[in-house]
Design a protein around this ligand. Structure first.
Ligand SMILES: Cc1cc2nc3c(=O)[nH]c(=O)nc-3n(C[C@H](O)[C@H](O)[C@H](O)COP(=O)(O)O)c2cc1C
Length: 322
């Protein structure tokens, strides 16, 4: 099977680790890159110094392929400059119009990606020069841009923008789901929740255990955790706090703990629980996609990638003679 993505990025396997805010760290990105896949740093909230440190540490730990993601809810020009200064060659944009960033990124030799939620948006992205689109379906974990399921979105986008590659996101937590995404017309997959439940991710250990226990119906989609990022739909594990948010009562934004930096963590803030957080981590935003139902254990990145590739190949073979 051919994948333009593999040629464009010089990567062995058509799997991206989806950027995931503060739960992605150098250890995770390097492990993904070392496994022959694409690692994605999520640097939307990092200072230039933090980005410099991340890039230096990742390069020291891996010769593999990795890039960085910027959420366009906030101005990201300075962070884009910092990525360029770090000779980052792959940048992905989410949650907005990438036009103000594209010329600079492309002039500096970056491959550009945009997460889209409709075929019309993908068409526009291709027209303004985006190199790769990520089709993120409604079942995705974290912040969710689309109202359309991955199954319906990917083929519509693949048809609409045949001249650039499409990466499928949302719902892909196993080899079977990867095989399905490739059959739908994607040339790679963008995997979030499955990599979140890895030994290497910086997620709080209790959060990882909840991901293992959850099934495909354990998540809720809505506007529950809006402290710091209002009016932005997201998908999280159901919890007592999710019930509180959905009850319609005024939100009690009590102090529930401290971030690893020592900063305040209030109920309904948009932070996921990470190692080093203190207080009621189980009351925070437990981002997870419906793909959580495909997770049965916390494993190393290497084991997850090997299993996903083996199972995808087997699934594609088993359906080829229907
Ligand atoms: C904890 C968490 C944090 C996320 N943070 C980001 C982010 O910073 N930038 C971004 O583009 N997408 C972010 N996402 C969305 C993922 O990149 C991806 O689209 C999603 O996880 C795919 O669905 P899946 O979880 O079913 O694999 C996040 C997702 C999760 C679970």
């Amino acid at each position: 099977m051919t994948s333009r993505i593999k040629d464009m990025l010089g990567v062995q396997f058509p799997i991206f680790q989806a950027p995931m805010g503060s739960v992605t760290n150098t250890k995770l990105i390097a492990a993904v890159a070392n496994a022959g896949c694409v690692g994605m740093h999520a640097v939307s909230w990092d200072t230039p110094d933090e980005i410099d440190t991340l890039f230096a540490a990742t390069r020291a730990a891996s010769d593999g392929v990795f890039g960085a993601n910027l959420v366009l809810e906030w101005d990201q020009q300075e962070r884009l400059d910092t990525l360029i200064a770090n000779e980052c060659k792959l940048v992905s944009f989410f949650w907005g119009d990438p036009a103000p960033y594209l010329d600079k990124a492309k002039a500096n030799g970056m491959i550009t990606m945009l997460t889209v939620g409709t075929a019309a948006e993908a068409r526009h992205a291709a027209d303004i020069g985006v190199d790769i689109v990520v089709a993120q379906g409604w079942e995705a974990g974290g912040h969710v841009w689309s109202n359309v399921s991955t199954l319906a979105l990917v083929p519509a986008i693949a048809k609409k923008v045949a001249e650039i590659p499409v990466v499928a996101a949302g719902g892909i937590g196993s080899g079977r789901a990867m095989a399905a995404a490739l059959a739908l017309g994607a040339e790679a997959v963008w995997v979030g929740t499955r990599f979140l439940a890895s030994a290497e991710a910086l997620a709080h250990p209790g959060y990882k255990d909840l991901l293992v226990d959850a099934d495909e119906s354990s998540t809720a989609h809505g506007f529950m955790f809006d402290g710091g990022w209002p009016d932005a739909a997201h998908r999280v594990l159901k919890s007592r706090v999710v019930d509180m948010a959905l009850s319609g009562e005024e939100k009690d934004r009590a102090l529930i703990g401290r971030l690893p930096t020592g900063g305040e963590m209030r109920r309904f803030d948009d932070y996921p629980p990470t190692v080093g957080m203190t207080g009621a981590w189980e009351e925070t935003a437990l981002y997870a996609g419906q793909s959580v139902g495909q997770i049965d254990a916390i494993k190393s990145i290497d084991a997850i990638v090997t299993e996903m590739l083996d199972d995808a190949r087997e699934a594609l073979q088993s359906v080829s003679a229907f």
